[in-house]
Ligand binder design. Structure first.
Ligand code: SAM
Length: 284
């Protein structure tokens, strides 16, 4: 194909450009535009509707922090619900926890899962075949609206609040997630890069404030989520989860014998410290 570069369309005034070595796959799925290409620095890159979702080289920053912070903070996670996350990278990290007995993932676009298995095999590393795993192809908001089971962790690995992902940032969605959280359960959300998308953080903070006894955000700087540190939202009725001591996290991490490349208990313990401008934006 003639195209030699991909310019992300997420922001009007600023963006990132990737040289394309090779287009691996491109299609308009039933839900969104899906592009997978190879870049010399990042390996394979997946974009949905013109926005970078994941790359082979830096995916571990995000997936490890989205999985291990809530699961080690919880300590006894048995049932985990993933919304979105069709590439399987988050699932790979969740199933590393042997205490987890069941994972349901609700992804709206079957093509993302299928194409990720082909083009990003290291994201899922066989996790889609884990006997504890159950895949549902459906809108996550619709799923939680009618769900009856409860969950120790609900992990929202969503696209940005544009297109199919928009509903995953809405108050009714958060309300339903709260309803199906088990006692002591925790929800984590993808909340964008505050330097670029501060309104995502403020809107979610407003919703969390009305719903949850304890809520906050924690940070991770992912190279291809351009613009500096991104925030992951944290919402629970159990305020003790967020203040787990580093020593407790160390103990749980050692006992789980999970190998990571980004996550450490020390990073976990410090991740809830936010820049002042973010604290001000969320009213803390
Ligand atoms: N970590 C990425 C980021 O921050 O850009 C997100 C990657 S992940 C591939 C996002 C997934 O959410 C996509 O596979 C997309 O199809 C899925 N998704 C979007 N809206 C959804 C919805 N309403 N219900 C379930 N899945 C949804």
């Amino acid at each position: 194909m003639a195209r030699s570069e991909f310019v992300e369309t997420l922001y009007d005034a600023y963006g990132q450009r990737f040289a394309i070595d090779e287009i691996c796959f491109e299609s308009r799925t039933e839900v969104q535009h899906l592009l997978i290409f190879h870049n010399a620095k990042f390996g394979r890159v997946m974009a949905l509707d013109g926005v970078v979702q994941t790359t082979e080289r830096d995916e571990f920053y995000y997936h490890e922090m989205m999985a291990h912070v809530p699961l080690f903070a919880h300590g006894e996670p048995r049932r985990v619900l993933i919304i979105g996350g069709g590439d399987g990278g988050l699932l790979r990290e969740v199933v590393k926890h042997r205490k987890v007995e069941h994972v349901t993932q609700v992804e709206i676009d079957a093509a993302v899962v299928d194409m990720a298995k082909t083009w990003f095999p290291d994201h899922s590393r066989g996790a889609f075949d884990d006997p504890r795993f159950h895949l549902v192809i459906a809108d996550g908001a619709e799923f939680v609206r009618t769900a009856e089971d409860s969950w120790d962790a609900i992990l929202i690995d969503s696209t940005d609040p544009i297109g199919p992902g928009e509903v995953l940032f809405s108050n009714p969605f958060y309300q339903q997630c709260k309803r199906i959280l088990a006692p002591g359960g925790v929800m984590v959300t993808q909340n964008g890069v505050p330097f670029m998308q501060l309104d995502e953080v403020t809107k979610t903070a407003r919703a969390f404030r009305d719903l949850f006894a304890d809520w906050h955000f924690y940070g991770v700087a992912v190279p291809t989520y351009i613009g500096g540190m991104m925030t992951l939202g944290w919402a629970t009725q159990d305020a003790t989860l967020r203040s787990q001591k580093a020593a407790v996290l160390e103990e749980r991490f050692a006992a789980a014998a999970i190998e990571t490349r980004y996550y450490t208990p020390a990073i976990h313990a410090g991740a809830f410290a936010l820049p002042r401008f973010v604290e001000q934006a969320i009213g803390k």
